[in-house]
Design a protein around this ligand. Structure first.
Ligand code: GLU
Length: 437
């Protein structure tokens, strides 16, 4: 872990012991507390030593920066950005950067922690980090968005690098933003495509990266369906969230013959018990940047989407959507967590009691970071893979991870989530013992 320590002086804030915002659970847990409860549950099963437990839970470094942006109006606005590096014992820090008005330190830390477990579950040579800027990007012009992105990169530049910490897209950030990040980093450090993943293909991005998270979600659904003896043809699904992850997951489910009966985005969404025309909805949402305005199905709110009876429910938007109250009303056989951190601990317990199988985020949505790994490897090798190779390798990694997690869950009679944590903790603990003990 110390290998990634920078000898340069850094503007680092002390980890705060208590979170300032409660937004993830009916019981009042912050996302981080909720996550650490899940970690402790698995650490007890593994019998993890107390010192390693503390070491693995605590973040390595947190950077909080101010980003002044000259707005189109001429006014100067100050935005707050974070890059939190949780753990790099198995490889460089890795994780996306999100732009959202609710971003705060507590959320970024929880998401950084999740990335460490996610990269360990799929066994790719990365650690975990996350970044975020507290901003509603919908309110910015393209010029302001670019200025904000360049300002953020120039402020976190001292702790990132192709062998130190590699950002990627997350909520409200896309390949265009990654291109600006790469360009800004290159101004100081020279041409360096391996500094970010999720770039446009023309700049060294990987074929298949854009679809990767949604594709990975569906690979895990296929595996889970085999265990549930759920015939996917004509099974029903609801997808909450229609961004990059949700829209691709919906499309791949549709291609498998699953009837996607409900989809929503922030504006609300649509329901059709015969199955929605997903390619048409994607066309609509790409053209208008929203699902709103589609007229060929009944409307469905986000709240209703989570409570709609179906076989497969895919939360693919923001965290914390499954509070205990919502969980009690969920009516499905399988939940595939395309989003990060969608379920509170209380919701998880309810799902278990109801016999709903949950494919946890750190397994289910790991396809994105897995193809980020392929992209990074291609950049380092200066060699491009074709899309079939990307998808085949992705399928191999996702199905292997699913079967490893499933095996632990069956042997130890625990949930897939706890089993995924067990696997991640074992892998990170082994690497830590080898490096520092
Ligand atoms: N933001 C994505 C995630 O949460 C991808 C991260 C990456 O590719 O580094 O997994």
């Amino acid at each position: 872990m110390t290998k990634n320590a920078s000898s340069r002086k850094l503007s680092v804030i002390e980890p705060q012991r208590e979170s300032h915002q409660v937004k993830n659970s009916a019981a009042g847990d912050s996302p981080l507390k909720s996550l650490n409860r899940q970690f402790d549950l698995a650490a007890d099963i593994v019998g993890l030593e107390p010192d390693l437990r503390e070491l693995l839970k605590a973040p390595y470094r947190e950077l909080h920066v101010q980003i002044p942006v000259k707005m189109d109006s001429g006014r100067l606005e100050i935005f707050h950005g974070y890059r939190i590096q949780h753990n790099a014992v198995r490889g460089p820090y890795k994780g996306g950067i999100r732009y959202h008005q609710d971003v705060d330190r507590d959320e970024v830390l929880a998401l950084a922690t999740l990335m460490s477990w996610k990269t360990a579950v799929v066994d790719i040579p990365f650690g975990g980090a996350k970044g975020g800027v507290c901003v509603d990007p919908q309110k910015l012009s393209k010029r302001e968005l670019q200025a904000l992105t360049r300002g953020f990169i120039s402020k976190i530049d001292l702790i990132i690098g192709p062998h130190r910490d590699i950002p990627a897209p997350d909520v409200n950030t896309d390949e265009k933003i990654m291109a600006w990040m790469m360009d800004e980093y290159g101004k100081k450090h020279g041409y360096c495509p391996g500094i970010v993943t999720g770039k446009p293909v023309a700049l060294g991005g990987s074929l298949g990266r854009k679809e990767a998270t949604g594709r990975g979600v569906v690979f895990t659904i296929v595996e889970a369906a085999k265990h549930l003896k759920l015939e996917l043809k004509n099974a029903t699904a609801v997808v909450q969230g229609f961004g990059n992850v949700g829209s691709h997951a919906a499309l791949f489910l549709h291609e498998l013959g699953v009837k996607v009966i409900g989809v929503t985005d922030v504006s609300g969404g649509f329901y059709d018990k015969k199955g929605l025309n997903i390619p048409e909805l994607i066309e609509h949402s790409t053209k208008y940047k929203t699902l709103s305005g589609y007229v060929k199905a009944d409307s469905l709110s986000n709240d209703e989407a989570l409570r709609t009876a179906c076989d497969i429910l895919v939360p693919a938007a923001l965290g914390g959507v499954f509070t205990a109250e919502v969980a009690r009303e969920v009516e499905c056989k399988l939940i595939a967590e395309g989003a990060n951190n969608p379920s509170t601990v209380e919701a998880d317990e309810i799902f278990e009691k109801k016999g709903i199988l949950v494919i946890p985020d750190i397994l289910c949505n790991a396809g994105g970071v897995t193809v980020s790994y392929f992209e990074w490897a291609q950049n380092l090798q200066q060699y491009r893979w074709d899309v079939d190779k990307v998808n085949e390798e992705l399928e191999k990694i996702m199905t292997r991870a699913f079967s490893e997690v499933h095996k632990i869950a069956t042997e130890k009679k625990i949930s897939l989530r706890t089993a995924a944590f067990v696997l991640a903790i074992e892998r990170c603990a082994t690497a830590t013992r080898l490096r520092v003990l």
